[in-house]
Design a protein around this ligand. Sequence first.
Ligand SMILES: [Ca+2]
Length: 123
Amino acid sequence: MKKFLKQAFLTASIAVSIIMSSEAFTRAEDLIVRDSSGNLRLYPFQNNTFYNNGGGTIVGNGFNFTNYLVADWTGDGIPDLIVRDSSGNLRLYPFQNNTFYNNGGGTIVGNGFNFTDYFPGDW
Ligand SMILES: [Ca+2]
């Protein structure tokens, strides 16, 4: 019985590993664009194409900033935006549930950033 349970546990562990790795495997980068009106539009990239993936969904508006820094600032595995406004403030816009809306975006997380270039990374 003990051997059976050990084998069952091992089988279940392998199944979970396969499911998790296939989930990770299917994750791919997508594209968010900013149009001339300051709307952010999400274009999912699936099956190696932008076609037929419901592209162009507006996920934010009023984005008229100087710099846009993409990184997972909140640490949940999903990219977010930190933007720099014309006064040198850095504002955090978390991305959750496939949108910037209703995620407490625009929180000032820094000021006095008046530099030439910005390089996000887990330095
Ligand atoms: Ca995040």
